[in-house]
Every structure is written in structure tokens, then in C-alpha cells.
Write a protein that binds this ligand. Structure first.
Ligand SMILES: Cc1ncc(COP(=O)(O)O)c(C=O)c1O
Length: 395
């Protein structure tokens, strides 16, 4: 790879980049080489320390690992706990709230990740009224539409910071201001923003934030994070809970829980320790690289992709405006799913989403030449008469 991009020094830390054009970090970031050592450390600790591992670090790991995320999203030490995934974190948050009263409205934006909505609609049986705010074009969601939907009956507003389908950045600060004026709480899903653009949960003012490891943070599967505004903690009593959330877990008291005062309050049962080992190398590397630096490169490379798509006459179905553009460029071509499969056969990894197109995600380890290559290949597959004929067989 040529060029003077200092971030390319990271390429040797990500084995998959040796053979594969890896443009899918919005879905599964590349595995850092040092993660294998970390997993080996887990095995050795278990094998040699046995049960003592709990008091030598494992017990606190959901919080100590969360601290590595805290420095990426602007949360303080001890403000984040790790769980298995976003869906669990969202379920814990919604289980803290009382959906029976007259303030029972949950506003969810139309670009939200569907898993979150599945959880919200499940709350209808507890009395929640779910108010979706659709996106007019499937790409953007004008902030005013969301602001208008929030009223005195709103209990929770759910917004993804960056939309998974179109990479549109939402004005979470404005939405939070409005929600707080109306006495509502806000949960932000940071999965598609943390690690690729600067996030500051305190500046945004959100009450809760969730996210996971496997995308821009280059961690392994099974590690999601939950941030709860520290001053809210004592008011919240999650119904989805467990013994780790107890003030004195090792007293094993029967009956209702006496919640811990710190972030352990939002834990439940035994944490997924190997997943935490597999997640932390990515967090360390993102911390070391710096999200501002990553964002500067991402803006330059996403613009390059857009320019290449325009030059090839391909349809861009994601945000163009750098102020609201996340880390992904979506290119819509006929039979995008099959084009994506052919790209994989050519060792170029991207993905395809219905009602969007081919999602292409450069990250800090991406070389400019890889962007040129993916666009050249998409153009050639999409216009190649032989592959066109082959593809017609699927019609
Ligand atoms: C914005 C967003 N939220 C949530 C999820 C899913 O989270 P999980 O599988 O951790 O529940 C995804 C992705 O797959 C996502 O892009």
C-alpha cells in the first residue's frame, strides 16, 4: 500500500487485511492480532487460577472493561457496565420504567435498529404506547419530526445516533433537550457511532446509551455496553435484574433485591467473561488511535467513495453531507445482494441490506487503493454482460 497515511501502520495488527479487502467494519470490525493473546490469557487464567480468578479481576470485569468504552464515549470511570448485547441493555433500561401510568408513550425513530423496536412493542402488554416516527426517504429523519412527536405523555425517546441503514447522524443533543423539557428520558443507541465518530454522552445529555463491540470497536461478539446517567441511578429499579446487582451479593438473601448503589445495579447474572477478553483489544486500539483522528480519515475516505460512485454513475443511498454523514457509504445497484456475493468471491467484503444497497465501510486501517478497487469491481460486476446474464437466471 502506498501513501503517507500514518494510520496505515495499524494494518499489520489486523491479520485479515493481508489477503482481504475488508470494508465491513460497520458489521464486524477486523480482529486485532493481540486479541488471540487476550483469549489465550483467559484460558490460562481459568486453567491456573480457577475460582480465584473472580476475585483477581473477573468479578469487576463488566465495569473495568466498560471503563475502556467510557473514554471513547465521554463517560466517567464506573459509569458503564458490560452485557451480552444491545438488545439485553435496551431490555434492562425499559424494565426500569413504569409503563402503566398516563406517561406511557415511547417515541422510536424510524431509522432505529429493528431489535430495539421488537423490545419496545413487547412493552405494549405492560401499557406502553409505541409511537414510531418514520423516515420520509429511508435515509434521513428531519429532527423536527421527532421533536414534534415528544410530549408530556412521553416516558422514553429512543434514537440511534447513527442510522444503521443509511449512516445518517441524528441530532441527539436537540432531541434530548426537547425530551427533557417534556420530562421524558432518552436512550441513544451508539452502535454505529462509537469508534468512528466522536461521541460525548455528557455533552449530548442522554440518560442511557447502549452499544456493542463487534463493529467500529473491533471487539469480539457477546460484549455490549450500557451507560446510565449516574445521577439517575438511585431512581431506577430494573425488573430485569439478578444477584450481581444486589448490594451484598454474597449474602444470598432471599426475597426482593436490595440494589447496589453503583453501576453494578444494572448487572444481572454471571457475565460473559471470554467475550470481555475478546473485546478489549479493539477498545484499546481505538483509544490509542483517537476517535478524532479516525473521524478525519473516515470523512476523507467516505467522500472518496462518494466521488468514485458518482464518477461511475452509481446511485448513492446514504448521506452525502459531511455534517450528518457517518462512516458508511451505501451504493445501490441492481441485484446488489448478488453483486455483494461476487465481491466476496473476489475477496472483497462488504454487505447488502434490503431497501438500502451495498454498504461500504472504510475504517482507520483502510488504504485508499482498496476504495478504488471496490468501486471498480462493483462497476465491473454490475455492468459485466456475462455476470448480468448469469444473474438473470435468478429472476
Ligand atoms: C445501531 C444498531 N443497534 C443494535 C444492533 C444490534 O445489536 P445487538 O445484536 O448487540 O443486540 C445493531 C447491529 O447489528 C446496530 O447496527
Amino acid at each position: 500500500m502506498t501513501g503517507t497515511d500514518p494510520l496505515l501502520r495499524w494494518r499489520k495488527e489486523f491479520p485479515i487485511l493481508e489477503k482481504t479487502t475488508y470494508l465491513i467494519s460497520h458489521s464486524l470490525g477486523a480482529m486485532p492480532r493481540r486479541t488471540a493473546q487476550s483469549l489465550q490469557e483467559f484460558g490460562e487464567t481459568w486453567a491456573t487460577r480457577g475460582i480465584r480468578a473472580w476475585e483477581e479481576g473477573w468479578w469487576e470485569m463488566p465495569v473495568t472493561t466498560g471503563n475502556l468504552i467510557g473514554s471513547i464515549i465521554g463517560a466517567g470511570p464506573g459509569e458503564i457496565v458490560m452485557h451480552q448485547n444491545v438488545s439485553i441493555c435496551q431490555s434492562i433500561v425499559t424494565s426500569c420504567l413504569d409503563w402503566n401510568g398516563s406517561r406511557n408513550k415511547l417515541v422510536t425513530e424510524g431509522l432505529n435498529f429493528p431489535s430495539n423496536d421488537y423490545i419496545y412493542y413487547g412493552l405494549e402488554r405492560q401499557g406502553a404506547r409505541i409511537c414510531p416516527v418514520p423516515s420520509p426517504d429511508g435515509i434521513h429523519l428531519p429532527t423536527e419530526l421527532l421533536l414534534d412527536a415528544v410530549d408530556e405523555q412521553t416516558l422514553l425517546v429512543s434514537v440511534s445516533h447513527v442510522a444503521f441503514r443509511s449512516s445518517f447522524i441524528q441530532d441527539v443533543a436537540a432531541i434530548t433537550r426537547r425530551a427533557h423539557e417534556m420530562g421524558a428520558l432518552v436512550i441513544a443507541d451508539l452502535y454505529q457511532s462509537a469508534g468512528v465518530l466522536p461521541v460525548d454522552v455528557r455533552a449530548l445529555g442522554v440518560d442511557f446509551a447502549t452499544g456493542g463491540s463487534v463493529k467500529w470497536l473491533c471487539g469480539g461478539p457477546g460484549a455490549g455496553y450500557l451507560y446510565v446517567r449516574p445521577d439517575l441511578r438511585s431512581r431506577l429499579r430494573p425488573a430485569a435484574t439478578g444477584w450481581m446487582a444486589h448490594r451484598h451479593p454474597f449474602e444470598f438473601e432471599p426475597g426482593p433485591i436490595d440494589f447496589a448503589d453503583d453501576a453494578f445495579r444494572f448487572l444481572n447474572g454471571t457475565p460473559n467473561i471470554p467475550a470481555l477478553y475478546s473485546a478489549r483489544s479493539g477498545y484499546e486500539i481505538v483509544n490509542e488511535t483517537g476517535v478524532e483522528t479516525i473521524r478525519a480519515k473516515s470523512l476523507r475516505q467516505t467522500q472518496r467513495l462518494i466521488d468514485l460512485a458518482d464518477a461511475a454513475g452509481l446511485c448513492v443511498r446514504s448521506c452525502r453531507d459531511p455534517r450528518t454523514r457517518g462512516g458508511v457509504v451505501v451504493v445501490d445497484v441492481p441485484k446488489g445482494d448478488e453483486v455483494t456475493r461476487e465481491l466476496a468471491r473476489r475477496e472483497i467484503l462488504v454487505d447488502y441490506r434490503p431497501n438500502a444497497g451495498i454498504r461500504i465501510a472504510p475504517h482507520f486501517y483502510t488504504a485508499d487503493e482498496e476504495l478504488d478497487l471496490v468501486m471498480k469491481e462493483i462497476e465491473s460486476i454490475a455492468t459485466d454482460p456475462i455476470s448480468k446474464r448469469l444473474r438473470n437466471r435468478f429472476d
